[in-house]
Design a protein around this ligand. Sequence first.
Ligand code: CDP
Length: 225
Amino acid sequence: MNRPLPTPIAIDGPAASGKSTLGMELAERFGYAFLDTGLMYRAVTLAAVRAGIPAEDKAARRFVRTLDMRVEATTTTRIFLGNEDVTGRLRDPEVEANVSLYSALPSIRDAMVRKQRDIAAEGFAVLAGRDIGTVVLPDAPLKFYLEASEESRAERRSRQASGEWGQAQRDADARKDIALRDSIDSTRKVAPLRPAADAIIIDTTRLTLDQVLDLALEKVACASD
Ligand code: CDP
């Protein structure tokens, strides 16, 4: 019997584990919307840093109520603060350094999770993040949890970046950043990073993008058989 395609699809995992790449590939292939929830937390962080809001729940609660953030989820995700498309700013160093602090605050998570569920309810959707399978969409029919060694994630991330420093320095910087964010993300009280009990875990350390995609496509096919 042929079931319809599974929706929503949840993809979680630590920093630079390949969630967005897989999410965008699946979205493109099946015509789903792709919501990269990390970009939402990054955009709130950018807005809060710009407004001088401390990473503290009471101040953040007032701040998110007035936040004018628009999310566009097609086969990629774009984020607007007011009329400004901030998507290209979301990997700036001040965002990178602060995002795990702001995203640990319950008031910020409440507001983001509400928006994420609304978007997922609009139609076929793939959502990537840290808590999609556990908190945002616990009933999602298909959940992936991607992991990879810290070293390989740092290498991948620093290859995406370019700058005035050499490759070795970029690797070291990426590794430090990733280790710090992973530690804050997995030890926070609210929605810590961990696989859902029913998630399919894929270790991508020794896999190419095509191999990860093939594995995921197999699972999509099984879910719709
Ligand atoms: O792209 P990368 O994997 O490095 O990170 P990201 O997915 O853009 O997420 C940036 C940060 O947002 C994470 O380190 C978490 O602190 C936070 N985040 C979260 O708390 N919950 C989510 N669902 C997604 C991201």
